[in-house]
Design a protein around this ligand. Sequence first.
Ligand code: MG
Length: 463
Amino acid sequence: MTAHEAPLMLSVSGVRGIVGTTMTPEVAAGYAGAFGSFLKATTGKARPRVAVGLDGRISGPPLASAAIGGLLATGCDVIELGVAMTPSVGVMISHHRADGGLAITASHNPIEWNGIKCLDGDGLAPPPAVAKEIVARFKERRIDWCGPLEIGRVTHDHTSARVHCDRVLAQVDADAIRSRQFVVVLDSVNGSGCEGGRMLLEALGCRVTHLFGEPTGVFGHTPEPLVQNLVELARATGSTPGAACGFAQDPDADRLAIVDETGRFIGEECTLVLAALRILQRTGSGALAANLSTSRMIDDIAARFPGSRVVRTAVGEANVVAGLRSNGGIFGGEGNGGVILPGVCWVRDSLSAMALVLELLAHEGKPLSAIVASLPRYAMIKRKMELASVGGMAAVAPALAKVKAAFRKERLSDVDGVRVDFADGWVHLRASNTEPIVRVIAEAATEARANELCDLCERAAGV
Ligand code: MG
């Protein structure tokens, strides 16, 4: 199956599809109408207020217009944010005390894709039961279109980057960072992080070299912030005199990847660990939350701060946030570079991540490469297989059952797919929420052992 034949993906993470085939203005209006109807039913308000932002993809404006139409026609008032980072939509929901929000984004997916992500009145991704209800309304066309006198109104607020930056600045030791006058290279991939990313770094006294810093929506490289896509950032950071680090945002600016001062990619798993280290240095201890596919490094860091613990959750921002909230967590996120700092918003946020890493650099007074060298290191292997090649979604549950049976003597978690913990590593097999793929992720002391764990798991699953 090629990407162009990919189905419309409806999940806990929202809706995603291929522009022009499965993701059309018709889908956007229907999905937004379902969300508006859901808000009316659950808030009891005749005119819920919904903030709408888009990640700057060239396919965004027609989909955003259609989504806004769907909201207005179900009687919602819309706060139109223009191009906005997904975390900024979360910030603006609380800033305006809105009842929910929509981010028109396909996150790190290539330019062919677009999608819609819902946020609730607390600015967080709805829990699975709520997400399912919105999807059911959309599929069954249970949309409460209203009459002419109930149609909603649009207001415009294009200040989300400023409001968001101010929130982040209030959460970090901005003076300590400013005093260091860091030189930073930023790659915003021509996405929604261009304005806010640069604004934050300049407010923190950094001298910024900005790569792909024009929000044209035509991505400067394959957008997922992985080592193979960040060649220019690595080269620019390594060759910029005095550069402290390089940062890469994904198109909707919820994820951050980092290269050190020598231009070496430190791995997307390190973003969460560095930010967690700074948070724990500051607070002494606390509860953190991370998903089951996230590196053991965060457990090792938490172990350095007695009284701290890491709550492990299913993959997906909503699940991590639920873990944070139910455990009074101070910080959390995902190993893909997604950092959640609750004082800013309940959405993974590249701006929070940048500020915490710079605060760590200011506090440690050492180069980033030296800080990274002091972290525990594991080898992590992340494989993915086309869902169709393993027999489609129907084949996933039997495959998981086979893995559970094969490793019944090991420590197992079936909170999300199946994760098997061995004494010297772990492997996690699950179907993606957002793409028609199956992921196999393993971590161990060496790359050879991590590959071996992936092989063992795939063999047991029969895929
Ligand atoms: Mg993203």
